[in-house]
Design a protein around this ligand. Structure first.
Ligand SMILES: CC(C)(COP(=O)(O)OP(=O)(O)OC[C@H]1O[C@@H](n2cnc3c(N)ncnc32)[C@H](O)[C@@H]1OP(=O)(O)O)[C@@H](O)C(=O)NCCC(=O)NCCS
Length: 185
């Protein structure tokens, strides 16, 4: 019996869509992913990470695609204007199986900041967990302050808007680089 076919690597999607969450399916996936990452994985929150900011925030999702259609929400972030011109991003999360694969986190940040810039942001801030500061620095953010939030070390960071020009798109696509596909296989 030929067993080679059973050794094939698991299916890994190669196409992702990053978009403002408009549909009920996208919003449900956005909140479910945040709950999985911030409540169950990181245990930053007990049962639900939602708060009053969700009443005014714009949710954004990344979804992996099968046959060109969104199949599962695997990334989330939200943005809101906290005072005129000052926008904030929060709750950035990528599903554990899809991290460091196709720059999903980076593309979520790009969609978040470019969208806010297009809506009139003059500054864009986020409270970033300390272990992610190098990741944000590489994406043209600078640290303004060190704080403790939810008992964990964070940096208040600001995006350099010159690197995040408004693109006016509600969605962008991302193709996973082949080297990431090989690494995963
Ligand atoms: C942080 C997070 C969103 C990054 O998402 P991701 O999809 O893995 O990031 P990307 O694939 O876009 O990463 C782009 C690059 O940054 C690197 N990178 C990712 N996370 C990093 C980190 N914490 N520190 C340093 N580099 C990092 C990746 O290796 C990749 O580099 P490469 O292209 O040379 O391999 C994801 O790890 C996550 O959801 N973590 C748990 C929740 C969390 O910490 N949220 C952020 C709260 S502030």
């Amino acid at each position: 019996m030929d067993t080679d076919r059973f050794d094939a690597p698991p299916f890994a999607p190669s196409e992702y869509i990053v978009r403002l969450a408009r549909t009920r399916w996208e919003k449900a996936g956005h909140f479910a992913l945040r709950r999985a990452v911030f409540c169950h994985e990181q245990r930053v929150f007990a049962a639900d990470d939602r708060d009053a900011t969700d009443d005014v925030a714009i949710p954004i999702v990344a979804a992996c695609c099968v046959a060109g259609l969104p199949e599962q929400v695997v990334g989330a972030v939200r943005i809101h204007e906290s005072e005129p011109g000052l926008w904030q991003g929060s709750r950035l999360a990528v599903h554990a199986d899809h991290r460091r694969l196709g720059r999903i986190g980076g593309e979520l940040i790009r969609m978040a900041v470019c969208t806010a810039h297009g809506l009139g942001a003059t500054r864009f801030l986020a409270q970033v967990q300390a272990q992610n500061v190098p990741f944000f620095r590489r994406l043209h953010w600078r640290s303004l302050d060190e704080i403790t939030l939810h008992g964990l070390p964070h940096h208040v960071m600001e995006a350099d808007l010159a690197h995040y020009l408004p693109h006016g798109c509600e969605q962008t696509w991302l193709l996973r680089p082949q080297r990431a596909a090989r690494r995963r296989a």
